[in-house]
Ligand binder design. Structure first.
Ligand code: GDP
Ligand code: MG
Length: 600
């Protein structure tokens, strides 16, 4: 197909504004799938995605559309992940396009992720087509949505397309607008091959699969190719190429402007990185496409098997998961309290939750997870710098010159009535206000600079609770800035427990220590003896609580008569024990290791 008849586009939106529904409708209308084949939400294929309502892995579909001018166009829809943790992947998906549909819910208006995604689209110089969705709703206000697109985002909304992805109203207009406004890719078939890896995933039959966008040159079956970020001369042979319609459909070659899949017998997903450039081995390009970077974990947590006999199984599961998700990292770690486990790195909080959930669900593992931590840069008096992500690596304070921690810039959208509570929350979390904007319909956008460490500790839940669910937030990593942080130790029965220690800002260390031992007192069950709990910095005790010894045996109440009841009670106790770890002679439940997430 001639480049002049190709259009590459993405859909960007705040969560729940209708991205998946619109994508399904576009696929349906262009007849890529018969209705019978069409599952309810084609593009959200993973079980987890459906439950969370977000798109974790980018996917794509090639739509053949007969436009009003009588010509047939190939429209490549490139799906983008929908969450802030995956900003880099979103950005690479957008890089593969010439245009984007910007969906705004007519009843909700512009939200935090609308703005974040539009910025990414603008950075990639995309033609943006505003689409006002859900016009079938009685509360839809098309004019107000347009006004917000102009005022808050600064885009011309005069040609915004009103649609209902639900009823199908306006869908033809969207397809026509794509043909008319999204620029076609250039014909650069004669140049050396440069194709962007937009997405990659592991398939147990064919190995690593790439979704590529060919920018320059052509690639055909049998070609030998390489990945430009790979230092070695490792090369592969093109085994299969094609389009997703959305089922895979093979083709002999992909030319400049095309978006399709590439299979080359690559065994390790880690060798096929999102953002990398594919070129041919012979007469290849000399410079990769711009924008590549290694995925960098920002949030870390310890993962330990509840039963230490499961250690090898946990390692195998982590290896398997890593095959599908190279952005997550793990290395063995030894905790004096929890034994052998792994230190895992994640792109962000949501990524961490997803990985932990998959391990428990798909691999059926009982895990103890420790409180999340960020990376700190510690500059020592001897002139060296170390990066640590685990409180137990915190060096002797005497040798520390200064410490830096990562910060983020967050945009928070909410109704005016919650602004006071939101500012209070941000201040408690050491936030610095950068901006405040009234955006209409009684809504406000607050911009704060916050330490990432304060956000990994249940910030999102707090944000939702102080706004009764009405606030939306998106953030981007800003930079590292100096801060006065200290290591807070927790002692259980006079023993420091490494898995409970935290790195916190000095100004809140004492109150956090007090709250933490109070919470631990509630979470640690009574034992046969008194258990003192203490919080300390260095050797200085800041707070102390005691878990009092049990007085009676629980089964004593049953008078020995009712055997079934007694057995039930014992079984219940046993189940409750499942996620306990013995620390010295004290039984500590899983929740205790996450107590810091449950404060206040
Ligand atoms: P996404 O998070 O942007 O992918 O949003 P979804 O496509 O999953 O849609 C979120 C919710 O809005 C779902 O319950 C959809 O059924 C609903 N929805 C999407 N489009 C429309 C529409 O045009 N009208 C109405 N009434 N509901 C819609
Ligand atoms: Mg969706």
């Amino acid at each position: 197909i001639n480049q002049s008849h190709i259009r590459n586009f993405s859909i960007i939106a705040h969560i729940d504004h209708g991205k998946s529904t619109l994508a399904d409708r576009l696929i349906e209308v262009t007849g890529a799938l018969s209705e019978r084949q069409m599952k309810k939400q084609v593009l959200d294929s993973m079980e987890l995605e459906q439950e969370r309502g977000i798109t974790i892995k980018a996917q794509t579909a090639t739509l053949n559309y007969k436009a009003k001018d009588g010509e047939i166009y190939q429209l490549n829809l490139i799906d983008t992940p929908g969450h802030v943790d995956f900003t880099y992947e979103v950005s690479r998906s957008l890089q593969a396009c010439e245009g984007a549909l910007l969906i705004v819910d007519a009843a909700q208006g512009v939200e935090a992720q609308t703005l974040a995604n539009v910025y990414l689209a603008m950075e990639n110089d995309l033609e943006i087509i505003p689409v006002i969705n859900k016009i079938d709703l009685p509360s839809a206000d098309i004019e107000e949505a347009k006004r917000q697109i102009e005022d808050v985002i600064g885009l011309d909304a005069s040609f915004a397309i009103p649609v209902s992805a639900k009823t199908g109203q306006g869908i033809e207009d969207v397809l026509e607008a794509i043909v008319e406004h999204v620029p076609p890719p250039q014909n650069l078939d004669e140049k050396p091959l440069r194709a962007l890896v937009v997405d990659s995933w592991f398939d147990s039959y064919v190995g690593a699969v790439a979704l590529i966008r060919v920018f320059e040159g052509t690639i055909k079956k049998g070609d030998r190719f390489r990945l430009m970020s790979m230092p070695t001369a490792a090369s592969y042979e093109v085994q299969d190429l094609g389009y997703f319609v959305p089922a895979p459909f093979s083709t002999p070659h992909l030319d400049s402007g095309a978006v399709g899949f590439l299979i080359g017998g690559i065994k390790k997903l880690a060798d096929l990185k999102v953002g990398d450039t594919v070129t041919t081995l012979k007469n290849g390009a000399t410079e990769p496409l711009p924008g590549y970077r290694e995925p960098k974990p920002m949030v870390f947590s310890g993962l330990y098997p509840v039963d230490s006999a499961d250690y090898n199984e946990l390692r195998d599961s982590l290896e398997k998961l890593h095959m599908n998700d190279p952005a997550f990292t793990f290395e063995p770690e030894n905790s004096s309290a929890l034994g052998l486990g792994f230190r895992c790195g994640f792109l962000g909080m949501l990524h961490m939750e997803i990985v932990q959930e998959r391990l428990e669900r798909e691999y059926d593992l009982d895990l103890i997870t420790t409180a999340p931590s960020v990376i700190y840069r510690i500059y020592k008096t001897d002139g060296t710098m170390i990066e640590i992500s685990n409180p137990s690596e915190f060096p002797d304070p005497a040798g520390i010159d200064r410490i830096e921690e990562p910060t983020v810039l967050a945009n928070i959208f909410m109704p005016e009535e919650f602004v006071g509570a939101m500012m209070k929350l941000c201040q408690e979390r050491r936030g610095m206000q950068q901006d405040m904007k009234f955006i209409g319909q009684g809504r406000v956008m607050l911009t704060y600079r916050l330490p990432l460490a304060e956000m990994v500790i249940d910030f999102y839940d707090k944000l939702k609770s102080v706004s009764r669910g009405y606030a939306s937030m998106d953030y981007e990593l800003a930079d590292f800035s100096p801060d006065d942080v200290v290591k807070l130790d927790v002692l259980v029965h006079a023993e420091p427990v490494d898995a409970l220690s935290l790195i916190v800002h000095r100004s809140i260390a004492e109150s956090r220590g007090r709250d933490l031992v109070k919470k631990l007192r509630e979470l640690i069950p009574r034992q046969q003896f008194d258990v003192p709990l203490q919080a300390a910095i260095g050797g200085r005790i800041l707070a102390r609580e005691t878990v009092k010894a049990v007085r009676k045996n629980v089964t004593a109440k049953c008078y020995g008569g009712d055997i079934t009841r007694k057995r039930k009670l014992l079984e219940k106790q046993k189940a409750g024990k499942k996620r306990m770890k013995s620390i010295g002679s004290v039984e500590v439940p899983q929740e205790a290791f996450l107590a810091v997430l449950k404060l206040g």
